[in-house]
Design a protein around this ligand. Structure first.
Ligand code: PHE
Length: 339
């Protein structure tokens, strides 16, 4: 009798299957109403007294082993079927994925960077809190130079030599300090000017400035680069250069593109002329090169700078510059990528 139970125990311990139906058959065989265990329990009264103790222990052991085996196999097989996703409808739509949107300033900035990367420009960055040298003096704007008034400046109270950069030309001076020509770099970044806030201007805005210095760089190279840029950026390649003045470039020009006069909006944004100013540019003034220890008789270069907001307003027809900084979801969500 005891031997028989030991055999059952071995059978239970060795039992294994991948099939839930076999587990059920196993359960019925051992723990079912008319199963082996109940039969053994019924036998109990016929067992001689001196064997009762061992017999009792053995059937309890068998009962425990069989119950455990059933539970473990069931759990394992049920989990496995979950993993295989059987019983799930795989054609149902998934949970909606919330995609964010890039800020229009970033969209335009990235596009400008992309365009200039294709013609060999790298990207340089610098601090937003600048010293006077990098923002003004090195750029041929010595103290008391009247042209400093072109860019109303926020100075830091702690130290009047420190200021919030008024243009990213300050990054270019830093770049020239640490690099020798050939230099081909664009400097995107946030700039600050102490100006009244209105629909057209803000005290904080963003620029991308470019600098190209090498042997034999001419105004024709500047013009060709600008043509390439406007074509890539706006799909329009009619530009004009109007003589202008910047202390750090000579000659200097303001760059207009011909936007056209096809729609009412075109009339409004170009004030009825069809032309639109998009940036300042010019040949780097020899004084600037000298300040940066670059020999002006050996090297020449051009520089240009544009406001990102201005271009974004044009491209996306945004009527008020303040909308860029309000973080109104209704505004930002309009720039979600179309999937
Ligand atoms: N730094 C000028 C500005 O912020 C733009 C500019 C850059 C003009 C380079 C000419 C050359 O207004």
């Amino acid at each position: 009798m005891i031997k028989q139970i030991d055999q059952y125990l071995e059978e239970v311990n060795n039992f294994s299957t991948q099939d839930l139906k076999e587990v059920e058959a196993f359960r019925i065989k051992f723990i079912g109403k008319k199963g082996i265990l109940n039969q053994l329990f019924a036998e109990f009264k016929n067992v001689p007294n001196e064997e009762k103790k061992v017999f009792g222990q053995k059937i309890n052991q068998l009962k425990q082993a069989a119950t455990e085996k059933v539970n473990i196999l069931k759990a394992a097989l049920e989990n496995a079927t979950d993993d295989n996703l059987t019983g799930l409808d795989l054609s149902r739509p998934g949970y909606p994925v919330e995609i964010g949107s890039r800020h229009p300033i970033s969209l335009v900035k990235n596009k400008i960077i992309e365009i200039f990367k294709h013609i060999g420009f790298n990207v340089s960055e610098g601090p937003e809190i600048e010293d006077d040298w990098h923002n003004f003096t090195a750029l041929n704007l010595p103290e008391y130079h009247p042209a400093r008034d072109m860019q109303d400046t926020f100075f830091l109270q702690q130290n009047p030599d420190w200021l919030l950069r008024t243009h990213t030309s300050s990054v270019q001076t830093r770049y020239m300090e640490s690099h020798q020509p050939p230099i081909r770099t664009i400097s995107p970044g946030r700039v600050y000017r102490n100006e009244d806030i209105s629909a057209r201007s803000h005290c904080i805005f963003h620029q991308v400035e470019g600098l190209y210095i090498d042997k034999g760089v001419s105004f024709a190279d500047l013009k060709q680069t600008l043509l390439y840029f406007t074509k890539e950026m706006f799909g329009k390649s009619k530009i004009r250069l109007r003589p202008s003045y910047f202390p750090f470039t000579e000659p200097s020009a303001e760059v207009d593109i011909y936007w056209g006069l096809e729609t009412e909006t075109d009339y409004r944004i170009t004030k009825g002329t069809g032309w639109l100013e998009i940036m300042g540019a010019g040949m780097v003034d020899p004084n600037v090169l000298r300040n940066m220890n670059i020999a002006p008789d050996e090297y020449t270069g051009f520089a240009f700078g544009m406001g990102i907001e201005r271009i974004a307003m044009l491209l996306y027809q945004i009527p008020d510059i303040r909308m860029f900084y309000e973080n109104d979801m209704r505004f930002l969500e309009q720039f979600k990528p179309v999937l």
